[in-house]
Write a protein that binds this ligand. Structure first.
Ligand SMILES: Nc1nc2c(ncn2[C@@H]2O[C@H](COP(=O)(O)OP(=O)(O)OP(=O)(O)O)[C@@H](O)[C@H]2O)c(=O)[nH]1
Ligand SMILES: [Mg+2]
Length: 226
């Protein structure tokens, strides 16, 4: 009986901080994207590919969340952009306060792009707004085409689904059309890009999506600060 009000209070507090973050991102024209998937679907691999394709002077930074280890931050730091690991110590998602704290010494006016890699988990991260402009859900072809139906919340809340590891399609019984259909049953408007972070297929389409979002975010910025 006591749990419900407490959970509601925690989520309300999260929403308040997330709204502040969103307002700051819009003010500065920073596009913030929140990547969510099961462990191992390829979030870090997609970010590695993305960072490696960006020019050196690009104003981009990454916050990457995990329960333990700095492994993902160490992978991502190789590309020369600012990266911080958020180690939750057991919590299965990032929350807005963690983002606020880790952004404290990064002036947002210096950032056009902020990538947040959430803790690998298809359930809990979907409940926590981080102030992002869009959630992006990754699904890999080894996970089964039924996942959008079994974990609908994150597919419903994501603007884009990235179907990763398409290089493995010849070896796994995964029906791409069924996966697309299932995602659109849950969220008819969801955009879908099919990629292989290993081989590079589809990454151009992802980078075009990203560029369009960046432009749109700049246009939301108040004219006075542009
Ligand atoms: N075959 C294949 N393997 C991939 C692809 N993308 C990623 N992998 C492999 O999948 C494994 C997990 O990739 P990560 O990028 O670490 O996945 P993640 O979602 O960041 O994992 P967590 O941060 O632990 O949740 C690694 O061994 C990658 O090399 C792909 O397109 N094809
Ligand atoms: Mg990772």
């Amino acid at each position: 009986m006591e749990r419900v009000p407490l959970e509601r209070k925690v989520l309300n507090e999260n929403d308040r901080i997330a709204a502040d973050l969103r307002a700051r991102f819009q003010e500065q024209g920073t596009l913030c994207l929140n990547f969510i998937s099961s462990p191992g679907s390829g979030k870090t691999s997609l970010l590695e590919r993305t960072l490696s394709s960006l020019p050196k002077g690009e104003r981009v930074a990454v916050l990457t969340g995990d329960i333990q280890t700095e492994n993902d931050a160490n992978r991502l730091k190789r590309y020369g952009f600012p990266v911080k690991q958020i180690t939750t110590g057991g919590t299965c998602h990032l929350d807005a306060r963690m983002i606020e704290r880790h952004l404290a010494d990064w002036p947002l006016e210096d950032l056009d792009l902020l990538f947040i890699e959430n803790v690998g988990n298809l359930v809990c991260p979907s409940s926590y707004d981080l102030g992002e402009e869009a959630k992006i859900v990754l699904l890999s072809v080894t996970e089964g085409e039924d996942k959008p139906l079994k974990y609908p919340s994150i597919f419903f809340k994501s603007q884009l689904m990235i179907l990763n590891k398409v290089d493995l399609l010849p070896y796994v019984p995964f029906n791409v059309n069924a996966a697309v259909e299932n995602a659109r049953k849950v969220h008819p408007g969801i955009e879908i890009v099919k990629v292989s972070c290993l081989k590079g297929n589809g990454l151009d389409e992802w980078l075009i999506w990203l560029e369009k979002k960046r432009q749109a975010q700049k246009e939301k910025q108040p004219a006075a600060v542009r």
